[in-house]
Design a protein around this ligand. Sequence first.
Ligand SMILES: NC(=O)c1ccc[n+]([C@@H]2O[C@H](COP(=O)([O-])OP(=O)(O)OC[C@H]3O[C@@H](n4cnc5c(N)ncnc54)[C@H](O)[C@@H]3O)[C@@H](O)[C@H]2O)c1
Ligand SMILES: O=C(O)[C@H](O)[C@H](O)COP(=O)(O)O
Length: 379
Amino acid sequence: MKILVDENMPYAQTLFSRLGDVQAVPGRPIPREALLGADALMVRSVTKVNADLLTGTGVKFVGTATAGTDHVDEAWLAAQDIGFSAAPGCNAIAVVEYVFSALMILAQRDGWQLRDKTVGIVGVGNVGSRLQARFEALGVKTLLCDPPRAARGDAGPFWPLEKLVAEADILTFHTPLYKDGPYRTQHLVDAELLAALPDNRVLINACRGEVVDNAALLAALNGGKVLSTVLDVWEPEPDLSLPLLRAVDIGTAHIAGYSLEGKARGTTQVFEAYSRFLGQPHAVPLETLLPVPDVSEVTLNGSLVAHLDEGTLLRLMHLVYDVRRDDAPLRRVAGIPGEFDKLRKFYQERREWSSLCIQCDDEATAALLTRLGFTARLR
Ligand SMILES: NC(=O)c1ccc[n+]([C@@H]2O[C@H](COP(=O)([O-])OP(=O)(O)OC[C@H]3O[C@@H](n4cnc5c(N)ncnc54)[C@H](O)[C@@H]3O)[C@@H](O)[C@H]2O)c1
Ligand SMILES: O=C(O)[C@H](O)[C@H](O)COP(=O)(O)O
């Protein structure tokens, strides 16, 4: 059995070799000759999986170690009776921690406090709902927009996007990319939305580049719109607009989800799915794969809760992950062919807040840190 895996999939060799012979290949593009004779294909979001890629190959199962699936023609796979699995939610925590880091940096730079802001979350799935839970833990007001969930009767309240545009200080997008249909998200942020957005707001896109009309955003920023902008994803990738990168406050190379935990969950989720597909189910506990983090324990003296100290919180968050470490390298190499993908391929190890154990002497502080996703212990 031959299993092709994207070379940027940590732990794939270790896990998939339990099921067959593993060959690691570049994902953009996958070499055609490698596909011939392959039984299964494990990709990331950079590989377009469709008839063009797979016709004439013997591939019977495709896994994508990603949350987004817009790069996969699922209908075609189903029609060919090719098994498929994604990795829903695998990197949701990483994206949440990216968003927090970005917001805390802007708050510090511009002299505001997160707790005084209203955050509009567009797309309240794995990422959006975790984001909302952490904002709630901090007492930050959120407004949610998720028309598919609203139509399903899920508990909200869910609001129309227009209300978020009018009332939220921060708008953060976490929807899938839908190019058509009733819930189309392509260019959800367009010239009209940008014109309706009052000045001094924050816009974050960490879902898919095409959800924001990048040309319209650049025109708005060039036209004097006062908008703090955080973009992890671009239209198009990897050839992002250099003027837009210069105009945004924080810009990164589609790495919001790139914690080691997030990538490892992605690999284990598709490995487990493929093993079930083969009728040889395996379960892989994440902790059996992950190394000890560089910084694993700190002591916090005093209460974080008595008067919520966002400065201390920022320092704790940034002990684990500070998004500026990803903004600077993109600005250095953007525009040089191949460098966007290199930043992603040779990504410096990044952990999630849960990897940091914070010793506290106050029960309420420990409870807050736990709700935020850190590991907290009472001394
Ligand atoms: N930058 C990154 O590294 C990174 C990492 C993970 C996910 N993503 C992207 O972010 C997206 C969201 O991730 P997730 O794990 O939360 O996915 P998810 O599928 O769990 O949640 C998406 C949510 O968006 C909602 N939605 C769909 N259409 C909408 C619309 N028109 N308006 C508002 N909401 C709508 C859905 O109902 C769902 O609740 C993924 O599809 C993926 O494309 C990017
Ligand atoms: O959809 C996702 O899960 C993310 O966008 C994904 O993590 C992006 O990383 P890639 O698959 O391109 O390595």
